[in-house]
Design a protein around this ligand. Structure first.
Ligand code: SAM
Ligand code: SF4
Length: 332
């Protein structure tokens, strides 16, 4: 029997966006994400195989998902990533299939990813200064990210989005330089508020640079106006530069939550579904996938999990408890 139906929750939100973490491992150690040492990596046998990932994605597509983003950890450190991209792209012609990456491997991999069917690329870069990059990412690899961005552009990916997490005391003074640089290069910049999802639980509100401050800094140097919203489920508030082309976005998950429009679910590298980044509960799909469940049964379990999707996160509530697993394990 063919699978039908949509993934809807008690608030009437419909899931359209699946984020798949293909590995929890990474070749950087960004201070807002991971400790310098001692990360508890998942054992390899717990990672979903490409076949398991593709099967799960197929069920999601049959239930109304229209976009898949590969993330991690650092997705490009998973061996044979272009092979997985090809397997997913083959599921549905025209599928919106994207990746969020730190860019280190894009110089070597952009063409293979494009040829395999990847449609969009987001690259994370928090500073334009090599010394600061070393401080933030704890690796001296700034130039590889720049080379990766250029390779992605040469490979024809458009738009290329750049994600920058701001932390007070590290890079809040780079709001305007990053914006000018991205605009000049033709990249679409997204500033991201630091979220309480770091593995070492060092997050603090004092270190977070709020959207209000980001927009004030931007507005002083580069007058902005709200841009037309194409995708109401997208987390970024988008702005246009008043003096010409280009856009910039702010993802203000903490100070301006957008839970009411959230249309995403996340599959962790070890096959757990999370219906909110900040959820304390995970639904074990690896067990179902490895335990002989049919596609119908997996669809039923998924519909039940989505039905219970959290109405909103509690980061601004005194009762908030940070999830034990951080962003890199969940799939940012
Ligand atoms: N390694 C890839 C990368 O860095 O792009 C993909 C995974 S990373 C977890 C996805 C995005 O989440 C990146 O843009 C990263 O900067 C961001 N991120 C990581 N930890 C964060 C945190 N605690 N708060 C806000 N954003 C975070
Ligand atoms: Fe790695 Fe991305 Fe986390 Fe940085 S943000 S440590 S690149 S997973």
């Amino acid at each position: 029997m063919p699978l039908t139906g949509t993934l809807v929750d008690t608030q009437g939100r419909v899931v359209r966006d699946l984020r798949i973490s293909v590995t929890d491992r990474c070749n950087l150690r960004c201070v807002y994400c991971m400790p310098a040492e001692g990360m508890p990596w998942l054992p390899k046998e717990e990672l979903l195989t490409f076949e398991e990932l593709t099967r799960f994605a197929r069920v999601c597509l049959a239930l109304g998902v229209t976009g898949i983003r590969l993330t991690g950890g650092e997705p490009t450190v998973r061996a044979d990533l272009p092979k997985l991209v090809r397997m997913l792209a083959d599921l549905a012609p025209g599928l919106d299939l994207s990746i969020t990456t730190n860019g280190l491997k894009l110089a070597a991999m952009s063409e293979a990813l494009r040829d395999a069917g990847l449609t969009r690329v987001n690259v994370s870069l928090d500073t334009l200064d090599r010394g600061r990059f070393l401080q933030i990412a704890r690796r001296d690899r700034f130039h590889e990210v720049i080379a990766g961005l250029e390779a992605a552009r040469r490979a024809g990916f458009r738009p290329i989005k750049v994600n920058a997490v701001l932390m007070r005391g590290f890079n809040e003074d780079e709001v305007v330089p990053l914006a000018r640089w991205a605009r000049g290069e033709g990249y679409e910049l997204r500033f991201i508020e630091w979220m309480p999802l770091d593995f070492q639980h060092a997050w603090s509100r004092e270190r977070l640079v709020p959207a209000s401050e980001i927009l004030a800094r931007l507005g002083e140097a580069l007058p902005l106006e709200p841009a037309r919203v194409e995708d109401p489920g997208a987390p970024a508030s988008l702005y246009r530069y008043r003096d010409g082309s280009g856009r910039v976005g702010v993802i203000a998950s903490v100070t301006r939550p957008f839970c009411g429009h959230c249309d995403r679910i996340r599959l962790t590298a070890d096959g757990q579904i999370r219906t909110c980044l900040f959820a304390l509960k995970e639904y074990d799909f690896r067990r179902a996938l490895r335990g002989g469940a049919s596609d119908q049964e997996i669809a039923g379990l998924l519909a039940a999990a989505v039905w219970r999707k959290e109405p909103g996160h509690l980061v601004n509530n005194p009762a908030f408890v940070q999830p034990a697993r951080g962003m890199s394990a969940i799939g940012g």
